[in-house]
Design a protein around this ligand. Structure first.
Ligand code: RB5
Length: 148
């Protein structure tokens, strides 16, 4: 799977560990940074990951900031992104089964490495169930388009 990953300074430590983890699982990883502890603005990274996923350059995206919240707010502004902020593996699975999440958001300041790896591992293999869940996702897009 081609995975694009980005983080701000609050998520860079976990992001660097995650890149290595994904590579050991033989995924193709595009790491867009950040690459150090200097303060940066998370919306720039969310926008780059969103564009890669919606444009088809990557199959999935992973975004990590301090809490994951700013990344999830930002990524979900982009049409075609279904970003899920999760803190444990079951929610990651459900975000795939019911929501067809294509971007995973994590909080680097409170998730330990092993829990983060377990979340990502679960998220990468879980399939979307489609059917009534697809109908609801289609409704999400329709309402967003017509009720503004
Ligand atoms: C940066 O200090 C922090 O605000 C950011 O990483 C993230 O947690 C925002 O939601």
């Amino acid at each position: 799977m081609k995975i694009i990953i980005g983080a701000d300074h609050g998520g860079v430590e976990l992001k660097d560990l995650m890149v290595k983890h994904l590579e050991t699982l033989a995924h193709e990883v595009e790491d867009i940074g950040t690459h150090g502890p200097q303060s940066v603005d998370y919306p720039n990274y969310a926008a780059m990951v969103a564009a890669a996923v919606t444009g088809g350059r990557a199959d999935r995206g992973i975004l990590i900031c301090g809490s994951g919240i700013g990344m999830s707010i930002s990524a979900n502004r982009f049409h075609g992104v279904r970003a899920a902020l999760v803190t444990e593996p079951y929610a990651a699975k459900m975000s795939r089964r019911h929501n067809d999440s294509n971007v995973l958001c994590l909080g680097g300041r409170f998730l330990g490495r092993d829990l983060a790896f377990a979340i990502v591992d679960a998220w990468l293999v879980e399939p979307f169930e489609g059917d009534r869940h697809q109908r609801r996702l289609t409704l999400v897009d329709e309402l967003a388009r017509t009720r503004l």
